[in-house]
Design a binder for this molecule. Structure first.
Ligand SMILES: NC(=O)c1ccc[n+]([C@@H]2O[C@H](COP(=O)([O-])OP(=O)(O)OC[C@H]3O[C@@H](n4cnc5c(N)ncnc54)[C@H](OP(=O)(O)O)[C@@H]3O)[C@@H](O)[C@H]2O)c1
Length: 174
């Protein structure tokens, strides 16, 4: 899972879905590096609507939506697919196709669903030195309960952007 947040945990500046006004070029470079390392990218429909990534032959983007028909004209089989599936079903289907790593790119509601289902093993969190008070929360305001183990912290620029990498700690039941 990869996200960029304000220091108060918001993924958007209020209602503005555009991230580029407050995120750093160093975070964008890190995000693109992760994209290039992954063959499968997963996101919720609101994140897709905000970013509108173009289909790429070398990469499969899965967009979760309860209404795939709404996106019928944009779908490109094998590159940009709109599906109604649980996180478990997405992971099982893609694992069955031979994909061993999926990159979850948000947004908050979708992050929470995957975390609740214990399907996140690592979290890359960029913290930009800004606060907004309002905006989409990292987990969409949805209750989640997980412990993280710190893997690394890196300062990305002189402005103070931090890249924090966590591993999900095993749950008591695991
Ligand atoms: N700062 C960051 O790193 C970052 C990253 C990603 C996104 N964002 C921002 O976050 C905002 C979007 O986040 P969000 O929490 O509002 O929404 P989201 O998680 O991107 O999308 C939620 C939508 O995904 C669909 N969905 C999720 N799970 C589903 C499932 N299991 N089955 C079917 N459909 C499912 C539903 O779509 P339908 O309503 O179509 O049924 C739901 O309304 C955007 O403004 C975006 O710019 C920021």
């Amino acid at each position: 899972m990869v996200d960029v947040i304000s220091a108060d945990g918001k993924m958007t500046k209020g209602d503005d879905p555009d991230l580029h006004s407050w995120t750093s070029e160093e975070d964008f470079a890190h995000f693109m590096e992760l994209i290039h390392q992954h063959r499968v990218i997963v996101m919720g429909s609101k994140t897709y609507d905000a970013a509108r990534p173009k289909p790429q032959a070398e990469r499969l983007r899965i967009v979760l939506t309860s209404d795939p028909g709404r996106y019928a004209t944009q779908a490109v089989p094998g590159s940009l697919e709109f599906v109604t599936e649980t996180p478990q079903a997405v992971v099982e289907r893609l694992t069955g196709m031979g994909h061993d790593a999926l990159l979850l790119v948000g947004g908050g509601q979708t992050n929470a669903e995957f975390l609740q289902a214990h399907l996140v093993d690592e979290l890359y969190l960029t913290i930009e030195p800004v606060v907004f008070g309002r905006g989409v929360d990292l987990l969409g305001g949805i209750a989640c309960d997980a412990k993280l183990q710190l893997l690394s912290v890196k300062q990305l620029n002189s402005r103070g952007t931090l890249l924090v990498r966590y591993r999900l700690a095993p749950t008591a039941a695991a």
